[in-house]
Design a protein around this ligand. Structure first.
Ligand SMILES: *Cc1c(COP(=O)(O)O)cnc(C)c1O
Length: 349
């Protein structure tokens, strides 16, 4: 089985609701900062002091608990290398993933020669804590937990996250908090989590902060656990533009709050519309919603695309047959999706 990441290519124009991006764009102040870059800023290897200080302050941690990465994807690969390298021939280390999951966990495990152990999520995508605990064994080197989950938007209780981390002291347990800006729940600065050296938290500034194109992510954890990761991640993995932009993006809390407000309003509107249309969906703690369109999903995706509205087909994911995932960001964009969806559904037959 190949776990290669499927890059979804869409035209640059049109409404991109398929990758959970901030479709309102980054803070205008970020653009200003980028325009202010000098020739030397571009010509010299970047310095990260300001970006590290700003990010640590933003997360409420000391810099020794922080590792900036070139998008969280870069961090996911680095953790996979650390956890899985040196596996004896014929005895590859195991990576426990609850599915449906973000594709990069399996892609990276595959890339570095790990064995993927899939655990199916429970009814309505509840976290299968007993099955995860049962899947953790002697050969487990890495456990991926995503809170809130992508593509389901479901949350995992703090106690459950800590329980899994405690059950696998010989493995690295990562809590991917790519969407924590929307759920408001995080293990960063949680005193109990800080006592677990095998627990790493992953963050990205791609989603709520609108920096997906610049690539900006972070790993947070015990300084001793991060030390070998610092040796794996390339020394200049973050480019100069990102190093300049990140502190500015973090400073613009108004832009951030406004987007998070739009996400909340978008979800409320979409839930009401889907209830009215009697379409099944799962309430989400992130900036997207998984929607079940059943047998009609391929046609709907096609029809939406012909109207230049792009959503993500998740129907091949375990338990997601007939499902699409749609970004619920700017209200204006959510409305455009809802109008088009209703039109497409009325066209039926
Ligand atoms: C988007 C996403 C990431 C990757 O973020 P980047 O910073 O863009 O690499 C990681 N994990 C999950 C669950 C995501 O949805």
């Amino acid at each position: 089985m190949s776990y290669e990441y499927e890059r979804v290519v869409t035209p640059a124009s049109g409404l991109r609701l398929h990758l959970n991006e901030n479709t309102g764009g980054c803070s205008p102040r970020v653009l200003e900062a980028l325009r202010g870059m000098s020739a030397a800023d571009v010509a010299f290897y970047p310095d990260y002091d300001r970006a590290i200080a700003a990010c640590a302050a933003h997360l409420g941690i000391t810099p020794d608990r922080l590792l900036l990465t070139n998008g969280l994807d870069d961090g996911i690969l680095a953790v996979s290398i650390l956890a899985l390298r040196g596996g004896a021939a014929g005895m590859p280390g195991e990576v426990v993933i609850t599915v449906p999951a973000f594709d990069m966990y399996a892609a990276c495990a595959d890339a570095v020669g790990g064995t993927v152990v899939d655990v199916r999520q429970g009814a309505d995508f509840t976290f299968p804590v007993d099955a995860v605990l049962a899947a953790i064994g002697r050969r487990t080197r890495l456990v991926w937990l995503t809170n809130p989950n992508n593509p389901t938007g479901q949350v995992i209780a703090r106690e459950t996250l800590l329980r899994v981390a405690r059950a696998a002291p010989h493995a690295i347990v990562v809590v991917d908090e790519a969407y924590a800006d929307f759920s408001g729940e995080t293990l960063i600065a949680d005193p109990e989590a800080a006592r677990l050296p095998n627990l790493i938290v992953g963050r990205t500034f791609a989603k709520a902060h609108g920096l997906a194109g610049l690539r900006a992510g972070a790993l947070v954890g015990d300084p001793a656990t991060l030390a070998p990761l610092r040796a794996i991640v390339a020394p200049y993995t973050i480019n100069a533009a990102t190093a300049i932009a990140l502190p500015v993006a973090l400073e613009d809390t108004e832009h951030f709050e406004s987007y998070c407000g739009q996400v909340r309003e978008s979800k409320t509107l979409l839930y009401a519309a889907l209830d009215r249309l009697r379409i099944k969906y799962w309430r989400s703690a992130a900036n997207f919603v998984l929607v079940s369109l059943g047998d009609d999903s391929a046609r709907v995706i096609r029809e939406l695309a012909s109207r230049e509205i792009y959503v993500r087909d998740r129907s091949a994911d375990p338990g997601c047959s007939g499902c699409i995932r749609v970004t619920t960001g700017l209200v204006e964009h959510t409305r455009a999706f809802m109008d088009a969806l209703e039109e497409v559904l009325c066209d039926e037959a």
